[in-house]
Design a protein around this ligand. Structure first.
Ligand code: COA
Length: 406
């Protein structure tokens, strides 16, 4: 069994750290509570910048909209991990390494095939990552190249895991990956095959899907990335950090929202009923999934790009009904509350139009966000400080256990 071989080293850089407070506030009345860490800045990151004032998001300095227009998901993964866009020679080598890893070990296939067919697909993904972590021969290393290798391995295999899980639930044979295809096209081929009408054969569908992966790839200290950083800060291994992040992403307040968006749209059924449905939900103090954001308060920077891709897809697939539903819901929500859609609102129906089963939308989010999570794991390891906040105690005063509890 792999064990730490050396004592944990002190942080080598340590240059940017805020000074530690000399003492901790002791009584609850002295402590200010930052519920949900609302507005708290806990560290630096050079990976992405979310700017709610300008409604912008950059990855390593590049606006995400430009990346979605001009780059492939593979180039964006390289950018997140390496800090710069690849040259064509670097990209070719990077893709070759990824494609070489496109296979699933028999033990992993058996494990997935043995999982209940009605478990949530996020449980499959979480279990698969745990299994891959059992093969890590050097889990306690602080060596960045090793972490990058683990990241690339998960990045390459997760689309295969998701495709296998989709097809086994449909009672269909697994389709072998094609090492000549880009990641988006290969994934759609493994899910839908390459028969006439398959989105894998339609370059517009492939490009729209690729864009969604780019938009989902990274978003600073969101809940799942923060989870990955907390786990990494204890000097635990990359796979444990990713497993925890998957658990955080599954929740409907975070990544799980993209599924709930389409469940809601299907429940409403008719776009003409959207307005009444939204008012009803708000009258009953219900959260409407796909709206609002902890950081953006005036619209999510990623929405215009994804919305345009969704509108294109809907037009080409004769699915205007969902555009009408999208518009009626978002207009009513905005008029009544001033709250705008987040990325999940256009991404969910875009995946639905492509024919992807709804419960697989969040696992697709994992296929994309694995790049951002692992970039943060590397960053956290390279300038680590254990993440351990304080709490203000508000339970009973100290008391003694009575001798007679009769
Ligand atoms: N539906 C209905 N009301 C919403 C809402 C939504 N989607 N999002 C926010 N609100 C309401 C809140 O209930 C709150 O109302 P109140 O002041 O009467 O209590 C008010 O708007 C302000 O919300 P705020 O506290 O600023 O939001 P937050 O930062 O705590 O939460 C989210 C952000 C993302 C958790 C929240 O918007 C939400 O739950 N959205 C739905 C889930 C979702 O789409 N998640 C994906 C995020 S990318």
């Amino acid at each position: 069994m792999a064990q730490p071989t050396t004592a944990p080293q002190a942080n080598e850089k340590g240059t940017k750290k805020a000074a530690k407070p000399e003492t901790s506030p002791s009584s609850a009345s002295e402590q200010k509570i930052y519920k949900g860490l609302y507005g708290v800045v806990i560290d630096y990151t050079a990976i992405s910048k979310v700017n709610p004032e300008t409604n912008s998001l950059t990855y390593r300095g590049y606006p995400v909209q430009e990346l979605a227009e001009k780059c492939s998901f593979e180039e964006v993964a390289y950018l997140l991990w390496r800090g710069n866009l690849p040259t064509s020679a670097e990209l070719a080598e990077f893709c070759r390494l990824e494609r070489d890893l496109r296979h699933l070990e028999p033990g992993l296939v058996d494990l997935i095939m043995g999982l209940p067919k009605d478990c949530h697909p996020m449980d499959t993904v979480r279990t698969a990552v745990s299994w891959l972590g059992c093969q890590d021969e050097d889990p306690f290393t602080r060596d960045t190249p090793h972490v990058r290798d683990c990241a690339r391995m998960m990045w390459s295999k997760l689309p295969l895991v998701v495709a296998l899980d989709i097809r086994r639930r449909q009672g269909k044979e697994f389709i072998e990956p094609d090492k000549n295809l880009g990641m988006a096209e290969n994934f759609l081929s493994m899910v839908f095959g390459r028969e006439e009408g398959s989105p894998a054969l339609n370059p517009d569908d492939v490009r729209a899907f690729d864009k969604s992966l780019i938009l989902y790839a990274e978003h600073s200290f969101n809940a799942s990335t923060f989870t990955a950083r907390v786990i990494t800060s204890t000097m635990s291994d990359t796979f444990s950090a990713v497993t925890g992040a998957i658990g955080a992403l599954k929740g409907p307040l975070h990544g799980g929202a993209n599924e709930f968006v389409v469940h809601t749209m299907l429940e409403i059924g008719d776009p003409e009923k959207a307005e009444e449905w939204v008012h009803n939900a708000l009258d009953n103090k219900k959260l409407i999934m796909g709206f609002g954001h902890r950081v953006y308060k005036d619209g999510d920077s990623r929405v215009p790009t994804m919305e345009a891709a969704f509108r294109d897809l809907a037009e080409k697939h004769g699915a205007q009904k969902w555009v009408q539903m999208y518009e009626n819901m978002s207009n009513t929500m905005y008029e009544r509350t001033g709250i705008k859609p987040n990325l999940d609102f256009p991404a969910g129906p875009a995946y639905h139009v492509l024919g992807i089963p709804v419960e697989f939308f969040t696992p697709i989010f994992v296929m994309a966000r694995i790049t951002g999570w692992t970039a943060h794991i590397i960053e956290q390891r390279e300038d680590n400080s254990l993440i351990r906040p304080l709490s203000a105690y508000n339970g009973p005063d100290q008391r003694s256990v009575p001798d007679d509890r009769g």
